[in-house]
Write a protein that binds this ligand. Sequence first.
Ligand SMILES: [Zn+2]
Length: 409
Amino acid sequence: MQFRLNAVWVAIIALAFVFSLAYLWFALFPGRAAPEAGQYFSAEQVNRGREYNRVMRLVFIGSFASQAAFLAWLLFRGQGAELSRWIQQLTGGSYWGSLFLFFLAVWLSLRLINLPFTLFGSYFWQHRWGFSTQTMSSWWLDYLKGTGLDLALSAAGVLLLFWIMSRWPGAWWVAGAAFFSLWLVIQTLIWPVVVSPLFNRFVPAKDPAVTDMVRQLSRKARLPVGQVLVMDASRRTTKANAYFAGLGPTKRIVIYDTLLNDYPPDQVEAVLAHEMAHWIRGHIFKGLALGILGSFTAWGLLFLLLRGAVPLPPGLPPPHLWVAVLLFFLLLSFAGSPVENHISRAMEKEADRVAVELTGNVPAAVRLQVNLACKNLSDVSPPAFIQWFSYSHPPVLTRIELIQQAGRP
Ligand SMILES: [Zn+2]
């Protein structure tokens, strides 16, 4: 069976193609920085942020485009079908064996295609700007741990999906969406407890200045805080951050040690207040609920797209159907990122506003934004298209403006 380019495929591919071209254009030619940037940043800071981000954007779009082109070539030029036939001969006709080998061949090819982008973007370019504190061997160790985990989970996912498709050819998408939703919940609950410790060490915050600060904020926010953990981010990067994770018994605030070491206490407080604001406003639940809704929509679309390609029992779906599933999710998550980022930016704006209400300290919140932008080499004036398309947080000048507005009576 060969996949044909029907109208739905053409529409998704065309949309992703137009977005890619626009992204590439604005990555290469970001235009002049907004003059307001000069109020907080020197021309040198603006230019450094531009230079650092221009290359990161090229890495991102290059990685996406090469993976999408490879999968489309496999799917629509018949190479996937041919590979799947060849593997079936090799395994002597065992369906599940050849499905696994086919999956492995595609997985490995995608990893190899992506490797130069990953290596350059997360190792060489990070060293070039003094962000990375990792040696080559520890980078490879991280990479192998991450890919090993990805391989095990994806292999289990593909076997389960094809088994469900062969059992319920009319309803597999519901099962797919349900499993994916369950996966989102598991990730939120289990990831910070089980997987993150494979990569970093987490120790409860001991510094009384930090624990008192958290206690005071949590009283003001009327929010019982579970664990406050410090993560040894400095073993990989000089960038600072904090995040909240988990639900119920696993919920926690995680602070990078780089934040505690390099930022004054009132700015650390601004970060903690922002993270608590996400909690108070239920952003973690809203994010999960939207993720589940998005999952059902995406799987429903995939079902409509592949309706003719999944045979009725006792037929088994052809292994190269996997390429169609991968390409669909790659294109959809790319083309859908403006929607996802729009929602994320709205939550970030709300968290910034609530955080200022909690601390009552506008100048510290503004200094934090300036400081983060300088130290993390943000593009302080990104092109409007790139903001709209790929910014999960509003750019720094917008955040400063909103924080100042929130501070006015
Ligand atoms: Zn946030």
